[in-house]
Design a protein around this ligand. Structure first.
Ligand SMILES: [Zn+2]
Length: 301
């Protein structure tokens, strides 16, 4: 499972991992159920109803006869911490309340069973895959699944310069009418609070089950960083020439970024080699630093 903030390159990096024959990238598993629709397009170019991977998975999952099943169904409501957007519970979570204190035991337990169920099914359907890559990213999911006896999870922290992530967040159009000054502070607060939360949970993962990859370093020296991850996962090196070209048409993601989808059969995406230098203006820098000082004083970005 990837551990990173939004806009940290997790989809790109996840697809790079998915090029390995023993790894299959699934996208954000926490949204698979609710966002599924047979007419949605898959990155392979097919509709989901025709996609060789998902049509099979959905058929298997929806015909299971277990109590708590993973079901590809829009009506599935899920638990709060899988919901998009920000709410009171998320506020509690990013400020250090553990999910176990906010949600009932049976909700937590069901969540573990359902997800364990799903990964079990995937393991049976795709016996060549040793690792399924989950791009869900949220620390609360990580924390809950960490305690699952049926999921053997490894966590990759994809690190990206926080100022760059902040700048990406500011450039998005969300709620701009609330005023730019306020937005700068709000985004800075959320960024640092989320990062603090992410780090806290990540640090609780046993050392052998976690690794940090710097996304900018990966862009500059892809083979070195890629091998580093393969070694850690005990996987063979496969002579992939450049993991920055993603072979999108051979992979099956249906959630997220629009650049994933194209009807052109030769379409592909390449991760750029260089990272742009990020310059914050004075107000942005001040807003960034206020919450950095308050929330992550010892953290180097
Ligand atoms: Zn597909």
């Amino acid at each position: 499972m990837l551990s990173s903030l939004a806009f940290s390159g997790s989809t790109l990096f996840g697809l790079a991992l998915g090029r390995h024959s023993r790894m299959t990238t699934l996208g954000e598993v926490m949204y698979l159920e609710r966002d599924y629709h047979p007419n949605l397009q898959c990155s392979c170019g097919e509709r989901l109803g025709e996609c060789p991977m998902w049509s099979r998975v959905v058929k298997q999952a929806n015909s299971q006869s277990v109590d708590v099943q993973f079901k590809f169904d829009k009506k599935w409501k899920g638990v709060d911490f899988d919901k998009k957007g920000f709410n009171f519970y998320k506020f509690l979570l990013i400020n250090g309340f553990r999910p176990q204190r906010i949600y009932r035991d049976d909700q937590i337990e069901n969540y573990r069973i359902r997800n364990g169920n799903f990964f079990n099914l995937m393991g049976k359907e795709f016996p060549d895959t040793e690792y399924f890559v989950d791009l869900s990213k949220t620390p609360e999911r990580m924390e809950v699944l960490m305690g699952s006896p049926s999921i053997d999870a490894y966590y990759i922290h994809l690190r990206r310069n926080l100022k760059a992530v902040y700048k990406s967040n500011l450039s998005r159009r969300k709620m701009t009418r609330k005023g730019w000054g306020f937005k700068m502070l709000r985004e800075s607060y959320l960024l640092h609070a989320r990062e603090r939360h992410r780090r806290k949970v990540f640090d609780r993962v046993p050392k052998s089950k976690r690794i940090t990859v710097d996304f900018d370093l990966f862009k500059a020296q892809p083979m070195q960083e890629y091998r580093h991850v393969l070694n850690w996962l005990n996987l063979q090196d496969e002579e992939i020439k450049d993991p920055r070209s993603l072979s999108i048409k051979k992979q099956h993601l249906y959630l997220g970024n629009r650049w994933l989808f194209s009807s052109d059969p030769n379409y592909d995406v390449q991760i750029s080699e260089s990272s742009q230098k990020v310059e914050l203006n004075r107000l942005e820098r001040m807003s960034f630093n206020i919450f950095k000082t308050l929330l992550n004083p010892n953290f180097k970005d």
